[in-house]
Design a binder for this molecule. Structure first.
Ligand SMILES: Cc1cc2nc3c(=O)[nH]c(=O)nc-3n(C[C@H](O)[C@H](O)[C@H](O)COP(=O)(O)OP(=O)(O)OC[C@H]3O[C@@H](n4cnc5c(N)ncnc54)[C@H](O)[C@@H]3O)c2cc1C
Ligand code: SF4
Length: 523
């Protein structure tokens, strides 16, 4: 009997091992000669104490996917176990499995963990079909460049996959639709008073999901009873899609209610509006329930049909065809040492309120953390300009902060985490991904959000007890790293502003910053 092990982020009906079997033996024979296995292992909690919403989503999506495969006639086994290796070994013996097929995991540590299992039967790796760009294709694109840039990669993706290209250009398809590749500058509007986005599509948990919620709550209680910290976040209300059909409904709901408005307020942050016009598609793309190419094609078709402003349509397609593929490609291109990068030598430990998901006393952070506690989600600018920005300017340890992101986010996986947190968020890679650090003072947050209105700190002040900590930390960050940052031409302007701050004021700013930085170095 042939075996196929389907991992929790490979919930893809077009799984390459299933397709290969059907191709070789025909649909009926393929189903007769093969058993499929999905394992819910609590050993993942020994590596990372995940947010409860994330555990619920992954496990319930796996259970629903297994049921769908069964309905499609496959022999499917599900195991709840405390170790992947034990569950696999027992299953192999029980069913006389002679060879095990696995699709390449999207992340390096899991591939290594599988290799360490030392299974008694041969392992057949199938190349991943979860992304548009294979690792080989990405490497071939990247190799000639001295300095990689997302914009060039994105343009090549538009050409290669024929997305939003002008059919009337000469030669056809060589130029971008609308004459411009990028409409980013149209998409940075500050939120006007009372801005509110369309409500997201929510799903009532069914019996399968309710059973997983109970399991996660019992696990959390058992951990706490054993003197452990338990699991972060809350498991209820749980409203995420858990099947491919529901994920497709989220895509259609996005197209109908938010695609046209996606662009203008992409960078806005509004209290009480955690999702605005964002797509809420990352959990489903990352679990394999949706394929990025089908999403891109559907968005393009629907957007052109319904006359979506090009700035909005191009904006969302750039996120998926550009940033998502780019961060995945870079993850493999940069190699296994990338996660250890620490360009600024940042060693401060994470403040306790990050683990508690609230209690910082800063309205911006507490709002984002409060929303994160309920859903496991924050939108891009909240992640980049509030959370990661704080970590960057406060000098938090990049590896500890990356691990925190990985555990806390509904869509967090190693491949997407490394480049987004180490690279984009913390500039710990020294500029391999971003051309300058995304460091910002409270001024930026005050302009792009409504958070400061309800804050005990003053966004206009940069020293003293009432000063916005982001202001003090921002100037302190620039002063601390003045020499290194001076070598970056894009930092020239802000470093000139730093020079203009009178020495006594800079001392006061830095002393205010010191009162907000976690004190004990991590290592
Ligand atoms: C510090 C930090 C941490 C992040 N952590 C994650 C993570 O754990 N998982 C994750 O999928 N994304 C992560 N991102 C990228 C991005 O913030 C999320 O993909 C996005 O917020 C998901 O919400 P959405 O589906 O509503 O996205 P939208 O804003 O509506 O964007 C549409 C889609 O584009 C893709 N996308 C957009 N930006 C990126 C990006 N920078 N990298 C990869 N894909 C992108 C996502 O698939 C997303 O669903 C992170 C970004 C930063 C700066
Ligand atoms: S004043 Fe500063 S700390 Fe308070 S919400 Fe604004 S940016 Fe955040």
């Amino acid at each position: 009997m042939q075996g196929i092990w389907i991992l929790g982020d490979q919930l893809n009906a077009a799984h390459p091992a299933l397709q290969a079997l059907e191709r070789d033996h025909g649909p009926q024979e393929a189903r007769r000669r093969c058993r499929l296995l999905l394992i819910e292992s609590t050993s993942v909690l020994a590596w990372r104490r995940y947010h409860r919403q994330k555990l619920v989503l992954v496990w319930t999506a796996m259970r629903h996917f297994a049921a769908e495969l069964r309905e499609a006639g496959w022999l499917v086994d599900q195991r709840e176990a405390s170790s992947f290796g034990d569950a696999l070994t027992a299953w192999i013996a029980e069913h006389g499995i002679r060879a095990l097929a696995v699709m390449e995991p999207a992340e390096r540590p899991f591939r290594q963990a599988i290799e360490r299992l030392e299974l008694p039967i041969p392992l057949q790796w199938h190349p991943s079909n979860a992304f548009l760009w294979s690792r080989e294709a990405f490497s071939a694109w990247a190799a000639p460049y001295k300095q990689l840039r997302m914009e060039l990669f994105y343009r090549e993706g538009r050409r290669r996959f024929g997305v939003l290209m002008d059919p009337a250009a000469d030669p056809p398809g060589s130029q971008p639709l609308g004459g411009q590749w990028n409409y980013d500058h149209d998409n940075r509007k500050a939120p006007p008073r009372g801005l509110s986005g369309p409500p997201p599509l929510r799903f009532e948990p069914d019996a399968v999901t309710r059973a997983v919620i109970t399991k996660v709550e019992e696990l959390a209680q058992a951990m706490e009873a054993a003197g452990d910290a338990g699991l972060p976040g809350q498991s209820q209300p749980f409203a995420w899609a858990v099947t491919r059909a529901q994920a497709l409904a989220v895509l259609e709901h996005f197209i109908a209610s938010r695609l046209d408005g996606f662009g203008p307020y992409q960078d806005a942050m509004v209290s009480g509006q955690p999702t605005l016009w964002h797509a809420l598609l990352s959990p489903y793309l990352n679990l394999g329930l949706l394929h990025p190419l089908e999403v891109i094609r559907r968005l393009e078709q629907a957007g052109l049909e319904q006359g979506t402003p090009l700035a909005s349509l191009e904006g969302v397609i750039r996120q998926i065809l550009g940033w998502r593929e780019y961060t995945h490609g870079l993850y493999w291109w940069f190699g296994p040492d990338y996660p250890q990068r620490n360009h600024f030598g940042a060693v401060r430990p994470l403040p306790g309120w990050l683990e508690q998901l609230g209690g910082s006393g800063m309205a911006c952070l507490d709002t984002v953390l409060g929303e994160l506690a309920i859903t496991g989600y924050a939108h891009h600018i909240q992640r980049l300009m509030v959370l990661a920005n704080y970590g960057l300017i406060a000098g938090l340890d990049p590896q500890a902060f990356t691990a925190w992101f990985h555990r806390m986010f509904i869509d967090g996986f190693d491949w997407v985490m490394q480049t987004n947190v180490i690279g984009m968020g913390l500039f710990a890679d020294g500029g391999l991904l971003a051309s300058k650090p995304y460091a910002a003072s409270g001024n930026y947050i005050n302009r792009m959000s409504t958070y400061c209105k309800g804050c005990r700190y003053n966004p206009k002040q940069r020293s003293g007890a009432d000063a916005c900590p982001f202001n003090a930390l921002y100037w302190d960050f620039l002063a601390r790293n003045r020499e290194g940052l001076g070598r970056n031409p894009r930092m020239g302007l802000v470093l000139k502003q730093l020079e203009k701050i009178p020495a006594p004021e800079l001392v006061a700013i830095r002393s205010t910053a010191a009162s907000h930085r976690p004190t004990e170095p991590l290592r």
